[in-house]
Design a protein around this ligand. Structure first.
Ligand code: CMC
Length: 429
């Protein structure tokens, strides 16, 4: 029985009345924390499909309506009018900055972009063909060894500085990892450039000639960073929070988030989408790819399709789809993979299998085509996602640090192993 304030559950001869929490927006949540104590039962929810792990005021998603809000602002309005750095400020602080606040934040980020010289020897220790996500993950974890004197989690200013350092340094490390993998000398960050142009400069400038930055490229990348900046309790953000719940330092938490993001079911999907489109190759092969994706025996899924929360169009996919046509047009790129992607999308959206399961294109479906047009190498796609998502990771980590209800994350299990048994000496087994 539910009257929205509480729910009464019966468990054998016991019953318990549980409170129901309602946020500003979204579904009511039954608070089951008293359940084990009062009934001896736990709840089972593999993959946390029905479980809220925290209260958060950062991002709201309505998966049925295809809505995404950062601190209440619709994603399409931010994509149209804002910049990545402004969005990062918004996610962290809860409000859009005024001019003075934005200048101070930009100044802080700009003046913490340098990477400690000793970090270079870490990078140099990787094999030349290491994946840049592996290098990013390891290097970000090692930042805690460089700033261990400013890691007092009880000091709000030290926490804020850690967040600023992560937003500032991850693009520097990412570009350095890429340049190492292709044997180019590392470029230092240039403070006279904005956040995205600085990153592009560190990626692409060669010592022998100055880089002419194309504003279309910088604008497109800034927009992609905005779209990737946060997505409430996704796998990588939940990982950051789980590690954060133990009191671990923020660099270790974000490094764990990077590891979680790398998987193809999460941020690794953008790289997987491009590989899939290249494998399909031509529009006439789309039908057989759809058939393979529907065949569970094949082990093949349509990458860039489906989402745990969105059972409607991912609003980010709509923006990216439109942007893909615009960017390719403005850059004069004629990529045959775009035709394959459009045909694939059209075919899937008409197919009963995808319609019944509410599988729509997600944020990763078109992003790879744009990255390719921007000349970002395929193995850097997930790194791009990580740069944008860092804003969300640090915002969630900061929120968690002051949450009076935060506890160490410690799920339970249904034990399916052997019953209690006695040890047997080796000659009796
Ligand atoms: N292609 C074919 N079938 C699919 C796909 C797909 N991409 N996605 C889900 N299904 C089927 C799945 O087999 C299942 O079918 P059935 O009910 O017959 O068993 C049904 O749809 C529900 O799928 P699920 O795996 O239970 O759904 P989930 O919420 O656990 O998984 C997902 C969500 C994103 C991991 C999944 O849709 C997927 O693997 N997509 C491809 C990878 C991808 O694009 N990931 C990026 C996600 S968005 C960006 C991000 O968050 O990083």
């Amino acid at each position: 029985m539910s009257d929205l304030d509480q729910v009464t559950l019966g468990a054998g001869d016991k019953s318990v009345t549980l409170p129901v929490h309602t946020g500003t927006l979204g579904n009511p949540c039954i608070d089951i924390s008293r359940l084990p104590k009062e009934t001896g039962c736990f709840t089972y929810d593999a993959g946390f499909t029905a479980t809220a792990s925290c209260k958060s005021a950062i991002t709201y998603i309505d998966g049925d309506a295809g809505v995404l809000l950062y601190r209440g602002y619709p994603i399409d309005q931010l994509a149209e009018n804002s910049s990545f750095l402004e969005v990062a400020y918004l996610l962290i602080n809860g409000e859009l900055p005024d001019a003075k606040q934005f200048e101070a934040f930009s100044h802080d980020v700009t003046h913490h972009t340098m990477m400690h010289e000793a970090l270079k020897s870490f990078l140099n220790g990787f094999r030349h063909d290491a994946h840049p996500m592996a290098m990013l993950c390891g290097s970000v974890a090692s930042l805690s060894a460089f700033y261990h004197d400013t890691l007092d989690l009880n000091d709000p200013e030290q926490r804020r500085m850690a967040a600023v350092r992560l937003i500032a340094k991850i693009p520097t490390i990412a570009a350095a990892a890429y340049r190492y993998s292709i044997g180019w000398p590392i470029r230092y960050p240039r403070n006279n450039l904005d956040y995205v142009s600085r990153f592009l400069h560190m990626m692409f400038e060669v010592p022998s000639e100055p880089l002419e930055l194309n504003p279309v490229v910088a604008k497109a990348l800034d927009l992609l960073f905005i779209l990737h900046a946060d997505h409430e309790q996704n796998a990588s953000t939940s990982t950051v929070r789980l590690v954060g719940s133990t009191g671990a330092n923020p660099y270790a938490c974000v490094s764990a988030g990077i590891a979680a993001l790398w998987g193809p079911a999460h941020g690794g999907a953008n790289e997987a989408v491009l590989k899939m489109l290249e494998e399909i190759g031509t529009p006439d092969k789309v039908e057989s790819a759809i058939a393979r994706a529907k065949d569970k025996e094949s082990g093949f899924r349509l990458m860039g399709f489906g989402h745990r929360v969105y059972k409607n169009f991912d609003p980010r996919a709509r923006i990216i789809r439109e942007m893909t046509h615009k960017v390719l047009g403005e850059l004069g790129v004629d990529d045959p993979l775009l035709e394959v992607a459009m045909k694939l999308e059209e075919a899937a959206l008409k197919d009963d299998y995808f319609v019944e399961r509410k599988l729509y294109p997600n944020v990763d479906f078109y992003s790879g085509i744009i990255y390719k047009a921007l000349k970002i190498p395929t193995e850097m796609f997930t790194v791009m996602f990580a740069i944008g998502r860092t804003a969300g990771w640090v915002a969630h980590w900061l929120e968690q640090q002051t949450d009076p209800e935060a506890k160490i994350g410690r799920p339970r299990q249904i034990y399916t192993g052997a019953d209690t048994r006695d040890y047997l000496a080796i000659d009796r087994r």
